[in-house]
Design a protein around this ligand. Structure first.
Ligand code: ACO
Length: 326
């Protein structure tokens, strides 16, 4: 059975930086509270750009790094919970922007786990022989669904995009094992209540601020650590590996305390865990994509390393994948 390997990575972050001190002037919060509770110091926020704009820039960089021509891309999967439009998919806009005329295109909705879910779908379709390559993008404009009056959530999120090009490889290289899961019973813990078919846009949904993220953060926090440990251990088992085999853990960047607790339970020292939440906050599906790209570009990943992507988010859904870097 074939697997897939990553041959190109790219990222794009909007230019505008919103610091904790900026937020102190917007809501009743402090740099000290945000830093100690989350590890976040600043985040990037768009000025007039959409998810496809950010995703296109990240995709162009990944395609360049992979040395493939846009017209040779066969599949584009975009993970996002903040698509440009309900439909067409954001993948359609990115396809148009980069000129990937022959690509099949669709979006995946799996919140913060979206990038790993999308990688898993790409692996499945390539392994089945349907396509010879895929462009996988995580792109989010979380600022568009953030309630800037709600201090319990507005300090957490940011905007950004990351992308990867994957191609077939032999079974012992590239993505070795994956674990995906979810629990819809916990849907209400983290939800964008209105704007879908259950609660279409109306005067009352706007007045009640139901088009913004609602999160029971403390409850999510407690479950997150257990879930992230569980999913990555299962993905490792699917790869016939154990936590001590991980060279670099690239976790979803939701909260530094969650990341540290997960690393501790896995027995990983600081130098085997990648963290960039201080610069960008939580960018949902883009977080893992950008973190993986930065880890590689900064020399933290070498050929032969075992890299573990470990994510969870609204749904709740979770996803891990183990990569032998090639
Ligand atoms: N500034 C100052 N005080 C605040 C702020 C703020 N920005 N936000 C909340 N507080 C206050 C609360 O009102 C509360 O005050 P009280 O004790 O007087 O009632 C106090 O701080 C503690 O609030 P908690 O919610 O218990 O704080 P906690 O330590 O749990 O941290 C946080 C909150 C950061 C949200 C944390 O729970 C967390 O990170 N949760 C997980 C988030 C997550 O991972 N989400 C999943 C991914 S997101 C996605 O899928 C889109």
């Amino acid at each position: 059975m074939l697997s897939v390997k990553i041959v190109g990575l790219g990222k794009y972050l909007p230019k505008k930086i919103l610091t904790n001190h900026d937020l102190e002037r917007m809501v009743d919060t402090s740099d000290e509270w945000i830093t100690t509770r989350t590890g976040i110091k600043r985040r990037r926020i768009v000025e007039g750009e959409s998810a496809s704009d950010l995703g296109t820039k990240a995709a162009r960089r990944a395609i360049k790094a992979a040395a493939v021509k846009p017209e040779d891309i066969e599949l584009i999967i975009v993970a996002t919970i903040t698509p440009d439009t309900q439909f067409p998919s954001t993948a359609c806009y990115i396809q148009k922007n980069i000129g990937a005329k022959k690509a099949a295109v669709f979006d995946v909705s799996a919140a913060c786990s979206g990038f790993v879910y999308a990688l898993a779908v790409a692996k499945g379709m390539i392994s089945a022989g349907l396509y010879k390559n895929a462009l996988v993008v995580g792109s989010e404009i979380l600022s568009s669904i953030t309630d800037w009056n709600d201090r319990s959530t507005c300090v957490l999120f940011g905007d950004g995009a990351g992308a990867a090009v994957v191609v077939p490889t032999t079974e012992s290289k590239g993505i070795l094992g994956i674990h995906l899961g979810g629990d819809g019973n916990l849907a209400d813990l983290l939800i964008l209540p209105a704007g879908g078919s259950r609660l279409p846009v109306s005067k009352s949904t706007v007045e009640n601020r139901q088009h913004y993220i609602k999160m029971r953060g403390n409850e999510v926090f407690k479950i997150a650590v257990k879930i992230m440990v569980d999913t990555v251990v299962k993905a490792l088992a699917n790869s016939k590996l154990r936590p001590q085999d991980i060279d670099l853990l690239v976790p979803h960047q939701a909260n530094l305390r969650i990341i540290n607790a997960v690393a501790k339970r896995l027995g990983l020292e600081e130098n085997r865990v990648f963290v960039n939440i201080n610069k960008y906050g939580n960018m949902s599906s883009a977080s893992t994509a950008v973190a993986l790209c930065e880890a590689y570009e900064s020399g933290r990943i070498k050929k032969g390393d075992i890299v573990a992507l470990d994510t969870f988010g609204g749904g709740l859904v979770w996803a891990s994948c183990i990569i032998r870097w090639d």
